[in-house]
Design a binder for this molecule. Structure first.
Ligand code: AHR
Length: 500
């Protein structure tokens, strides 16, 4: 049995929790849009062709913002293809995912879906194969009320009200050689600055995201951030981070330490931000938008038997349809704890992605929609974590997590909102349970609800045939005694306790 002790420091507030931390991502990729959120023939489809069963799950998941329309897809996308009368919209090849884009769903339809789902639209512009003018045109079409060529065009397309999008991504993963129109940091920094200045001429209050590194192990990581920010520091509000984690060579212990890698990634980008800020003597604050994060078995994707025939372009093929285990969900829970621990730096984040494509929600065409294991920690954290994130001193035994070195077996994060405190905890041991005591130093006196994600079979998953195999269970071991919360976490588990 592992023993860990944590003490909350209520006066050491890390920062406010921005609701945008619980964002997600919808890309025109595989079956995320078509046969995912949109399936006109489905029995639950509404008048716009959107699946109501999926909408209900998105609401339950507690998603705040939704980044759209990509991803790698955006770097070959012409937004004009997706607006206007459907029968006139062109079909195009999507080079990023070797698919056929029918353009049945475009900006106006997606904005309607966003409204129905109660989320906020975060738009990405194409800075791969397009440039400043196309981004400005998209802004005019999207956000100007009327009286200009492109805003009137939107109105004529049946969208009388502007979509009021405030958060804009300046391209996607421009550091990646796989990206259409990939640039070096200098070239990207310049076009990001020019686009940002143009967009802010429309509205200085817009919040703009420059592309950071698409992974911490990119060869340009660090210099990319510094160079890009040298060009656009005062013009942007966020720099992005992207990170995908997976189980490598069956090393569950190393995989469970992924949140430590996320902590380091955030700290290193934070250092780059501070250096550029200091060198410019700027009082402007740039924060992190962690706008792609998840567990993703990328090796499996590369090995998948995909269509690559230059004459064959499938519509909505089954791509990146990872089926998540209990272990994956515990890692996702840990990554959410990392985001919460770093709210002084991270003001927005997007779980990539939302439906079918490395997603917490799966659908079967003409059939059911179901929750993957990763749905549960996200929905729980989004619902419970509010207010501020507090500093917690954790005293726990450590283990050897390979490349990441010595890592604590237990992690604890505490938030405090109007209703009280919430304790999130995870046990990374693959063999031993952990008794964890959290001294709440009087900030809470009663347990309201307590949930545990654990299973005797850490490879268990939810599938089409067995969609409810894994779920949350009541965290019965949680007791509060003299201001100290005590919980018992089984091996490879994640829990949340809400207190008033
Ligand atoms: O989320 C899947 C892909 O991962 C995105 O399209 C891209 O931005 C990233 O490499």
């Amino acid at each position: 049995m592992i023993r860990a002790h944590a003490t909350v420091r209520p006066d050491a507030v890390i920062g406010d929790i921005d609701r945008r931390l619980f964002g997600s991502f919808v890309e025109h990729l595989g079956r995320c849009v078509y046969d995912g959120i949109y399936e006109p023939g489905h029995e639950t489809a509404d008048a716009d062709g959107f699946r109501e069963d999926v909408l209900a799950l998105v609401r339950e998941l507690g998603v705040s913002t939704v980044r759209y329309p990509g991803g790698n897809f955006v770097s070959g996308y012409r937004w004009e293809d997706g607006v206007g009368p459907r029968e006139q919209r062109p079909k195009r090849v999507d080079l990023a995912w070797h698919s056929l884009e029918t353009n049945e769903v475009g900006l106006n339809e997606f904005a309607r879906w966003v409204e129905k789902s109660g989320t906020e639209l975060m738009l990405a512009v194409n800075l791969g194969t397009r440039g400043v003018l196309e981004a400005l045109d998209l802004y005019e079409y999207t956000n100007i009320r009327g009286g200009t060529a492109l805003s009137d065009l939107r109105v004529s397309h049946g969208a009388p009200e502007p979509h009021a999008v405030t958060m804009w991504c300046l391209g996607n993963e421009m550091d990646g050689p796989w990206q259409l129109g990939h640039r070096n940091a200098d070239d990207y920094g310049k076009i990001a600055a020019q686009t940002a200045r143009g967009l802010k001429q429309f509205d200085p209050s817009l919040q703009l995201v420059a592309c950071g590194s698409s992974a911490r192990d990119m060869p340009t990581f660090g210099t990319w951030e510094r160079t890009v920010l040298e060009h656009c520091y005062d013009d942007v509000d966020y720099i992005s981070c992207h990170a995908y984690y997976n189980l490598k060579k069956g090393d569950v212990a190393a995989f469970l330490a992924s949140p430590v890698d996320m902590d380091l990634f955030i700290a290193e980008v934070g250092q780059a931000i501070d250096e550029v800020r200091a060198s410019k003597g700027s009082d402007h604050e740039v924060r992190i938008s962690f706008d792609e994060w998840n567990v993703w078995d990328i090796e499996r994707y590369h090995e998948e038997d995909k269509v690559t025939d230059p004459q064959v372009w499938p519509v909505a093929p089954r791509l990146l349809e990872d089926s998540y285990t209990v272990t994956d969900a515990v890692v996702v829970g840990g990554l959410l704890m990392s985001l919460l621990r770093n709210v002084d730096r991270v003001a927005a984040a997007s779980l990539a992605q939302l439906v079918n494509v490395i997603a917490p929600i799966m659908t079967e065409p003409g059939g059911i929609a179901w929750k993957q294991t990763t749905f549960f920690p996200f929905a729980t954290a989004s619902r419970l974590a509010q207010g501020q994130s507090l500093t917690v001193d954790v005293d726990a035994p450590t283990y050897d997590a390979g490349k990441l070195g010595s890592v604590p077996l237990v992690d604890v994060v505490v938030t405090r909102g109007e209703h009280g405190a919430v304790v999130f905890a995870t046990n990374r041991s693959t063999t031993e349970s952990a008794t964890v005591e959290v001294d709440l130093v009087g900030i809470s006196t009663e347990i309201d609800e307590a949930w545990l994600l654990a299973d005797d079979d850490i490879t268990a998953r939810n599938t089409l045939d067995d969609p409810e195999r894994v779920g949350l269970r009541a965290f019965d071991s949680a007791v509060l005694d003299g201001g100290v919360l005590r919980v018992e976490l089984p091996p490879v588990s994640w829990g949340a306790v809400s207190l008033s």
